[in-house]
Design a protein around this ligand. Structure first.
Ligand SMILES: *Cc1c(COP(=O)(O)O)cnc(C)c1O
Length: 379
């Protein structure tokens, strides 16, 4: 059998390897000058003032929620169709999660549903750019702000995407990126909080490093001594090492190349699959210019499991993104019940993510297209 085709894969070139090697022989392994250089580039790509590099997308969400002041008694609105970390990081801070249903076409949080769920206790409305397609942040912001809530964009899928010409990172009050290997660019593990709000940036930065206050002007006991540091708010160690920022800095130079390549993969799937009956391909709304992270298809007629199993048996390592978050036993045990977000549940029940990554070989992609066509041609 031909070699298996993964659903996602990093792209590491010689320049990436040399950047990491150079960083390893420098003076800094962890917090050093490459962290700041990487943050400056992430902020630039995101069209925002600040970026705070952290150890994962999950850490970015956790830091962003903490910076937004999320705590017990607060509600956080989260789309049902996402990776659990969008919700679990807010749960860890004590928030009550309110799950919102999604749009039929994009799988993104539905602003008209959110409007019904906002209360005076809502602290944050989280939107996920499912598959890389920007969520409708412009439709979420006015109602969220009127209720005193911030809008957080979980952009784990979507660094490099644009909405009406504006980059993801500049749309919401605060944005979380992930640099896991399958995402649009990688630092192995890594993530970033991006915002143009000085306070949110400062609090995210503090949360990344135990909440330590080193600035004497901000200390309660500045005369304690030159060694003195204070904790005013709790935090963790979420610092992204210099070595990994060196990889990120090299990867970010390749972002345009990755986008062109992912767009070509997307277009080839559309070309090869758009006439196949029993299949819905991902939709793109007017004004959206996604950097596609996933290629999610919907398989009709109750055939998702069969199609998934048969593709896997041929070495096509498809995925399903995502089980509705409240189906996880942790949330079920808190009393959330199936049926709550029917659009997301139906989306999940039909969804398969086809292999999608920069530099997916055309011959491999054609194997995927031919296999899927052949399976669906059978009654
Ligand atoms: C990958 C992902 C995360 C978490 O990112 P990590 O870097 O793996 O911690 C969060 N939300 C979504 C939607 C993701 O896809």
């Amino acid at each position: 059998m031909a070699a298996p085709i993964p659903y996602g894969h990093q792209s590491i070139d010689q320049a990436d390897i040399e950047a990491v090697a150079a960083s390893l022989s420098g003076d800094w392994l962890t917090t050093g000058p490459t962290v700041e250089a990487f943050e400056a580039e992430i902020a630039r790509v995101g069209g925002a003032t600040h970026a705070v590099a952290v150890t994962s997308g999950t850490a970015a969400l956790h830091a962003a929620y903490a910076a937004a002041g999320v705590s017990s008694g607060d509600e956080v609105i989260v789309p049902a169709l996402t990776f659990a970390a969008t919700a679990s990081t807010a749960s860890l801070l004590g928030a009550k999660i309110v799950f919102a249903d999604v749009q039929e076409d994009t799988g993104n949080i539905d602003p008209s549903v959110v409007a019904e769920l906002l209360t005076e206790r809502t602290a944050v409305v989280s939107a996920v750019d499912y598959a890389g397609h920007p969520a409708d942040i412009d439709a979420l912001r006015p109602a969220a702000h009127a209720a005193g809530a911030l809008v957080l964009e979980d952009a784990a899928h979507s660094i490099g995407s644009l909405s009406a010409g504006r980059p993801v990172g500049s749309l919401a009050d605060v944005t979380a990126f992930s640099f896991f290997p399958t995402k649009n660019m990688t630092t192995a593990e890594g993530g970033a909080v991006v915002t143009s709000d000085d306070g949110l940036a400062a609090r995210s930065r503090a949360f990344r490093s135990h909440g330590l206050v080193r600035d004497r002007a901000a200390q309660r006991y500045p005369d304690e001594g030159p060694w003195h540091q204070e904790i005013h708010q709790l935090g963790l160690n979420y610092r992204l090492p210099d070595v990994l920022c060196a990889l990120g800095l090299s990867q970010i130079r390749r972002l345009a190349e990755f986008k062109a390549s992912r767009t070509a993969v997307f277009d080839r799937y559309v070309e090869g699959l758009s006439d196949v009956p029993g299949l819905t391909l991902p939709a793109k709304r007017d004004g959206a210019d996604p950097m596609w992270h996933l290629f999610p298809v919907r398989v009709h007629d109750g055939r998702r499991r069969e199609v998934f199993d048969r593709l896997r048996a041929q070495g096509i390592l498809v995925q399903v993104n995502y089980i509705p978050v409240y189906w996880h036993p942790y949330y079920e045990d808190l009393g959330y019940r199936r049926g709550m977000c029917p659009v997301a549940e139906r989306y999940y029940s039909e969804e398969i993510s086809l292999p999608m990554f920069a530099h997916l070989a055309s011959s491999d992609q054609d194997r995927v297209i031919d296999a899927l066509r052949a399976i669906l041609a059978e009654e």
